[in-house]
Ligand binder design. Sequence first.
Ligand code: FES
Ligand SMILES: [Fe+2]
Length: 419
Amino acid sequence: MVTKEQNEELTRVGPGTPMGALLRHYWYPVCFERQLDEFPVKKVRLLGENFAVFKTPEGQYGIVAERCPHRGASLAYGIVEDGGLRCGYHGWLFDREGACTEILAEPDSSARFRAGVCVKAGRAQALGGLVWAWIGEGSAPELPRYEAYVMDGVRDIGHTVLPCNWLQIMENSVDPYHVEALHGNYFEFIARWKGFEMPSAFKNKHEKVSFDPFEHGIIKRRLLVGQTEDSDDWKIGHPLVFPYKMWVGGNGVYQMQIRVPVDDTTTWVMFYTVHAPEGAAPADQMYPVDYEIEWVDSNGDYIVDYIEGQDIMAWVTQGAIADRPGEHLTRSDLGVVALRKMFRDSMTAVAEGRDPVAVIRQPHEVIPLPLERSKFGRGAEFAVQWIDRGSMRYSPLADDLKKLHVTAAAAVAAAAADQ
Ligand code: FES
Ligand SMILES: [Fe+2]
């Protein structure tokens, strides 16, 4: 049972809160790399604080608190220079460490004065078409190079901003039973009334589930009725990547679901998908394609005829911050309990001065994560159904992606027939 106080502690992400201190140990995407190439400075909000993120003409990224320490104008309306970011209002210049390096109309002897007027600075860098920021205290950890961001394939990012706390979205990632209920029975109900075919993969009943903590979060396994324990869904499973992602997919579609806590009641949700079916040619993309996904219609009703739309309905209707003291948990909620424990243990680690789970200090090339290769034992058909009845249906590349999977599967089948 979660008390009102515990719910506050689990969900408040601003500066000075225990969860805020924990979450400031990680890097987060704050915008698309493409955006800073189109215009080099942008206002962003992360963990309840406003920032200006920028890219200098030399190609270096920086992120500083939005408010100029001179008289409070927005640095998101500043001038980007090799030396950093210059406030648009009176021209004070701040370097990427946040130090004030120039004050107009003040002589050089003002160095001591300048020393007292630095702006809070984080670290920023680009990876996989996203610009990432770290806004914590002390020394910055490594930006984790999870497989999704470095693997070859066609990148497709559907995204939207949701009016709810990030934790209820994360709890959904360790809630396998919702798949047969929401994406099975409810989907079937909607399909019947609206008159369309639903994907068949989600109706299967769960026989058992398991949640195993590991160095990057929690591995979720499921055994569906009719599967053996040799199936990828049980043997390999897929992870919740602590503290704000889930890695999911198979059959040539690999997806990092990213939930950036913008503030206590706002989450930037991203479906970062890499299409890399066996037999496909190497991808040729300057940037990932990015597009907004839709989740309410013109009447203000949730759009529930696709998978992620159903999830969004569930996440948002739980409220801006889910009422955990009012819940009634059962055995189907074991994963949710395990995740809350991981958050509480991690807050304790931070309070004791230790690094929490999934903070990476070692430089590395790539971090592979466990993932079913054969999802629900299905092939290219799975990918096509996912595109048709998932958020990728909003992608400008939707038709090309379906073609990519079907063509690659045909090439693999032809090669096998030749042998
Ligand atoms: S408000 Fe930024 S330089 Fe004056
Ligand atoms: Fe779901």
